[in-house]
Design a protein around this ligand. Sequence first.
Ligand code: ADQ
Length: 816
Amino acid sequence: MRWNRIRLVALLVVGIALISAASTYFDVLAHKHTLRSDLVRRTQWFGAGLQPQIEQQFGTGNKIDWAGLLKRLRQHPDEPSLTILDTAGNVLASDGDTPAWDGQPGNLIKRTLSTGKEAGAFVRMPPAVTNPGGKQGAQEGAAQDRTSVRLWYEDAMPLHAGGNIAGALLMTADAEYIHAEGIDVWQRSFLRIAVIVVLVMVVMFLTVRWFVQQPVTRATEWLRRLRHGEAVVEEGAGEFDYLAPLAREVTSLAENLAQARVAAETEARLRDQAGNLWTADRLAVHARDRLGDGKLFVVSNREPYMHVRSKGKIECIVPPSGLVTAIEPILRACDGTWIAHGSGNEDGAFVDEHDRLRVPPDERRYTLRRVWLSPEEESGYYEGFSNEGLWPLCHIAHTRPIFRESDWSLYQSVNEKFADVLLEEISGTENPVIFVQDYHFALLPRMIKNARPDARVAIFWHIPWPNPESFSICPWQVELVNGLLGADVIGFHLQSHCNNFLETVDRTLEARTDWEHFSIRRNGHLSSVRPYPISVAWSDADLLKRDDDGTATGNGGRMAKLQLAESPARKKEPGLMVPDNSWGAEPSPLHRELRIEGMQLVLGVDRMDYTKGIVERLLAIEQLLEEQPWYREQIVFVQIASPSRTGISTYADLRVQVEETVERINRAFQTTLWKPVILIQRQCSHDEVERYYRAAEVCLVTSLHDGMNLVAKEYVAARNDCDGVLVLSKFAGASQELRDAVLVNPYDVAQVRDAIATALKMTPDERRLRMKRMRQQVKEHNVYRWASNILTDVCSVRIEDEVLAVALNRHQRKRA
Ligand code: ADQ
């Protein structure tokens, strides 16, 4: 270390010296060059002025007083000394200082006399050894050190008489001052440049120290603490801010490390508990075990990563959907492929020539294959047949389904398009496992199975399956059911949906339904029909906590204080009886942000969809405020509604109806400081929605009909303080599992009104007990378990040997 420092200092010193010397050398050269040119020019001008006067003397033919002439011509001692020579090079006269010139014509003079052209040169000679023409010069020269050599500039100029060369004029200028000035420049420049270089080095040193060395030292310390589990990821991320790519890599490394630690701890704990809890990592291991060499292919309408341009910037976003949470760990584990509609406005720019890209963008663990749809296809297949036809057909919400021939034909052709893409993707894979999502692809399983009987196919139907009478109004029910029966596993949320499906099959086409094993055999192929209640993720960190320890994180600490506190609003109306339900006296940050401190937040989170019962819950809030006035200025209802299927008129009408109802309630009850309903109509981030879940005292899920409803489970999962009350529609699939919610019939407005009041009045103990039980349910039946159950079932499907042989044969023929 010490040696390194010495070497560094030595290097700096040598470097500074070399840079300064080189730079000064070039300065001196340039300066000398300028001085020399200047001297040459001045001497030549001087000679040019004298030449005619001297030539005139040659022309007179009289005896010339050369010494007198030279005296007249050279008036100042600084001017070059003059020597006049005849054509043989003999000195006729000389004036002033001359170098140690031996009186013989030098090369310069010879050249001028022979060519008749002016010539000049710098020479080094001792001063005035011989001064043939001038006494004064000879005396001064003798006084000097005769051995010292000086620099001179000599210039020989031809002299003419009668058109012939009559002699030459030699001018000799002392150029020694050029040498002296060079030394002077050396001294001044070297010092100046050395100081500049030192200053630059000091600035560089400080820059490196402040902006590289110190942050790197702090970041190293942070990484060390992270390795020992003493720091959190966010703490150190800022250290690398100014080195963006490195920052991303190190932060993602740190995140992976933190996740690996949590996963290891969780696994250890799970083993210890011998519990039946599922995590993303456990699902990944399970998937690898089950799939073996096989690969998983997922097909869905919505893609897991979307490239969109917003505010002039391209972003890669994850559309909010529970599906990505559930499916991604499996695809990551087996490097599978997800096939989906490329619906982002910049999606095309991020795929290769096969329309594929690796995702997640910063990890690239599996392949996303994008399928492009024309506006007509989107409108007919997605908005038309799927959302105006199948969606209302399967939801009993009393909205009439619309079936158009043109939509049906586009639904078929888009299913074929996806089938073609899927077949292309699985062409090199033996025994692929295919997991199809939802009602957009009812025909896909049959198409795949026909082409690749060796593929194992599962489809999950995310919405309810209605009773056979309701389903029978669809003109293409046979084709839809037949398409679904191409799958080996058909999944629904609830057992009742499975029952409805089996009954529908019984009444629609030729097939053998087995009610004991819940399977259907058609044309020799067997499909199992099973309930897989979908769920939400449960954070690994939360898995390690127990809800019964009484001091959970989040708002948990708040609860103890709540028992003693009395809401300020309650104090100001002593005449009105509000039961002591001990809701928060200490407002959450969100309460403060919304300026509703001291009030209870009632929340709804939905897509703006008529099946979600948004208008019905608004009516219940209206009734509550009307009939139980003490709740005025006590509660605020926040409805977060993300715009959905906006191109369909039923959805546009619903939006108007919701906005009008909100306006009516606000107009009727609002005061200067209080607005009873806040309507937020936009897609929020997952974190934002979670903040609302954590702050809301009551969450309303009043779907008229819902396959499952993830909002109900998300609310429960977010409440790690074990507080909050869920009011839940009994027509939502989630009500089968969350029995501790306050269950309601959403069509009965008075019942919903009373349920909200019950929730607001519920004692902390009861809230806690109910929430604890619901949390246990969601924790144990989380989305990883959902995915693992389906995967287990589809992977254990037996493909008959003959089927495999046929498929293999066909495959080999194709390859050949
Ligand atoms: P959806 O009808 O879309 O799903 P749901 O299960 O409630 O309904 O899921 C909605 C998701 O969107 C939730 O994760 C929720 O957090 C999110 N969300 C809603 N509004 C939002 C907003 N404004 N901003 C951000 N996120 C928002 C279909 C079926 C359901 C079934 C699911 C899963 O209709 O019955 O539960 O599939 O299978």
